[in-house]
Design a protein around this ligand. Structure first.
Ligand code: GLC
Length: 716
């Protein structure tokens, strides 16, 4: 009796705010609520790493709100559980192995260097996204954020359950009429990707490692000689002097500026690797200045922590400190001045070869500063990489204020897409890994990160010609397209597998480059709304529950459906979807190129075949028109200088395309929609695809184009 009385008292006190102390559950937007456990310790969680800013209450959570977390603690762990109705499909949780659909899955959010995804059966990878997207059977949707950086698990076996090693955490729930709307609300909360430079949408060639400089040049030359489009050559760790970051090996790369100048003269950009581990060697300028500034992460006893990575014994910048981020950012000044275009921040989970579980001890000490509290590595581990790329981005932007930074990061956390793109780590050269790359990038896209892709061709082990052909043909439609290979493997450039695969690769790359206007328009959309570039097939019809598991085929934007040749019985959306020829029927009928279908009702802008984006000039534009049931179609094109920030001042152009079929005539109209970008002379060609075949107009400067659907206009 007494016990019961006490409990009632406690509950009363907590509900009048004594224990909650200013943390009652609140509505923070239309159908967006935040829920607090009674023992919420704000100092252990704020400021949020996921959220752009601290949410502002706009009212109380309505009594009718159904999706409420239940918070509790058990055996030293803190829990938040939400019920999942039968028939609800779950997605998200960031970077995962396994299927697109996450129901029944269990992942650990503890950023881990996971070679070939072998550790823990791939149930924890390089990134952590405490985020679940739910799609109800009727197509309405919800999203759940656990605003928690601490080590945790997401268990989706029978509900949505977050289980954390840290203090009790808050939960944000979003409810909307469709998954697309949920994703947009998520982007409003966690931020959007910055518009990347156009060149980063091109094909990129990497290897561990292209050295010496003559090899870099010959790889670049071969792309041009063989007319295989490519925009970027990547330099992996061997360019450094004994793996010391911000240095160049004097023998292998005697003149880094010369290498970059050479690449630039051939229309390439260069990306060079910078890892967080700094060789602990007196006399090395980065270590010396880092020690002088007291920039290193400390062990629990307050001493400099050291652990082994590529260079041997290393110290690690404590990126929770604002002074350390500024120091790190400034290191890029001289480095970028050598003509470096982009930076690859790897090993930033952080990976520590001889550390417990391959990383730092959980009780290592981060000193924080500014708004960040001092705390243990257990709290900051999952955001170590995010803080690193934030520092890199800020430093690069400071030194090159007129260029859009490009940073690729291996580790990440919900919200890290604000600072950089990502790839999915050390996969291997098997069909399984190739197939896995589709749901991996799809779920990253559904978790706020629109710019991702795998090591195309597979990182470890040798690749067969067959696999490489399938992989490059599919990968051409991923947001981030980069071929990579480990140092133990044979060559994996597109010409390394014989003439047939070289031709297959050329077709795949030509397809991507012709579609760049469409891709770039989608990247702009992603930077404005958070909608992913690569989307799951079920986005085409959220009410059609048969599409919910499809993760072989995928969408690029809303209008292109990509069906890989290796897909077995893919589930495709109903309605009109017409196969389009992107670079000419003949070359696309090989057994590798995915079927590219255009949605009825869409107009796709395509450019010319170019060898790199320095040649990107939309002086001739092909519009692929697929009328819907009513004979109508529409599309858009975004264009700007491709780099820099003038577009923010209005120096861009959005064109709108509309088409209408009346009998056998299809009339297409091109209109300026917004932006002050000056357009040079432009030629258009319209290709209309109907159930009777494809019909084309001649090239014309006219912005009103009528295509009669008659035999003489028929193509192929
Ligand atoms: C890591 C990266 C890989 C890189 C290698 C050497 O394994 O994931 O991409 O090639 O380190 O730097």
């Amino acid at each position: 009796m007494m016990k019961k009385y006490l409990l009632v008292c406690l509950l009363t006190i907590s509900s009048i705010g004594f224990i909650h102390a200013g943390q009652p559950d609140k509505l923070i937007g239309k159908n967006v609520s935040v829920f607090y456990p009674i023992n919420y310790n704000a100092a252990a969680h704020k400021p949020s790493f996921a959220l752009l800013k601290e949410p502002i209450a706009v009212g109380d959570v309505p009594g009718s709100w159904d999706l409420r977390p239940r918070f509790y603690s058990k055996d030293g762990k803190t829990y938040a559980t939400l019920p999942v109705a039968k028939g609800t499909c779950l997605y998200g949780t960031g970077e995962n192995t396994g299927s697109l659909l996450r129901n029944g899955k269990n992942v650990t959010l503890w950023n881990t260097d996971n070679y070939e995804f072998r550790k823990d059966d791939g149930k924890r990878l390089y990134q952590s996204h405490p985020w679940v997207l739910g799609v109800n059977s009727d197509g309405t949707a919800f999203g759940v954020i656990a605003d928690n950086t601490w080590k945790q698990r997401v268990d989706l076996t029978d509900s949505i359950r977050f289980i954390s090693d840290g203090p009790a955490f808050r939960i944000i729930v979003i409810k909307r009429n469709s998954p697309q709307e949920v994703i947009k609300v998520l982007a409003g909360l966690v931020g959007k990707m910055a518009l990347p430079p156009l060149w980063s949408l091109g094909y990129q060639q990497c290897r561990f490692s292209y050295v010496p400089d003559t090899r870099i040049k010959s790889v670049a030359d071969t792309f041009r000689i063989k007319k295989l489009p490519c925009d970027v050559i990547w330099m992996d760790i061997d360019y450094m002097d004994h793996f010391k970051v911000f240095t160049f090996d004097k023998e292998k790369i005697p003149d880094p500026k010369g290498v970059n100048d050479y690449l630039h003269s051939k229309g390439f950009k260069s990306i060079w690797m910078i890892d967080p581990g700094v060789k602990a060697e007196k006399g090395y300028f980065v270590y010396d200045s880092g020690s002088q500034g007291n920039h290193w992460v400390q062990s629990k006893d307050g001493k400099e922590f050291n652990g082994n990575v590529w260079p041997g014994k290393c110290a690690f910048p404590d990126f929770t400190r604002p002074e350390t981020r500024a120091w790190w950012g400034d290191l890029y000044k001289d480095y970028m001045a050598k003509g470096v275009d982009g930076v690859w921040n790897d090993m930033n989970e952080p990976s520590v070869f001889d550390g417990p579980d391959g990383t730092m001890p959980e009780d290592n000490h981060h000193r924080g500063g500014g708004e960040l509290a001092a705390d243990s590595h257990l709290r900051y581990h999952n955001v170590y990489g995010t803080l690193m790329i934030r520092a890199s981005r800020e430093g690069i932007l400071k030194t090159n204020p007129d260029k859009r930074p490009f940073i690729l990061s291996r580790s990440g956390y919900l919200g890290s897409h604000r600072y950089g793109a990502t790839w999915t780590g050390d996969n291997s050269s098997t069909e399984e890994y190739m197939k896995l790359s589709v749901p991996m990038s799809l779920n990253l896209g559904l978790s706020g990160q629109p710019f991702s892709g795998p090591d195309m061709g597979g990182f470890t082990k040798n690749t067969t010609p067959e696999l490489f052909g399938q992989w490059i043909a599919t990968d051409a439609f991923f947001p981030f397209m980069r071929g990579h290979a480990s140092n133990e493997t044979k060559s994996k450039e597109p010409w390394a597998f014989g003439t047939e695969i070289e031709n297959v690769s050329r077709t795949a790359l030509n397809r991507r480059y012709r579609l760049l206007p469409y891709f770039y328009t989608l990247f702009r959309e992603a930077s404005e709304t958070g909608m992913p570039v690569m989307r799951p097939v079920f986005f085409a019809d959220v009410k059609d529950t048969t599409l919910r598991k499809e993760d072989q085929a995928f969408l690029v934007g809303n209008d292109l459906l990509i069906v890989p040749k290796w897909a077995v019985n893919p589930k495709l959306p109903k309605g009109i979807w017409r196969t389009a020829s992107i670079v000419g029927e003949h070359s696309e009928t090989d057994k590798y190129q995915p079927d590219v279908k255009v949605r009825g009702g869409a107009i796709i802008p395509m450019g010319k075949i170019i060898q790199n984006t320095t040649q990107y000039k939309l002086d001739s534009l092909t519009l692929v028109v697929v009328p819907d049931k009513k004979g109508e179609a529409r599309g858009r094109l975004y264009e700007d200088a491709g780099d820099g920030f003038q577009y923010k001042k209005g120096d861009y152009l959005i064109s709108g395309f509309t088409a209408k079929q009346a009998g056998t005539l299809v009339k297409t109209i091109i209109k300026r929609e917004s932006g002050s970008w000056k357009l040079g002379p432009r030629y258009y060609k319209v290709v209309v695809i109907t159930d009777k075949g494809s019909f084309s107009s001649p090239w014309t400067k006219n912005a009103n184009i009528t295509v009669p659907l008659i035999a003489q206009n028929k193509v192929n």
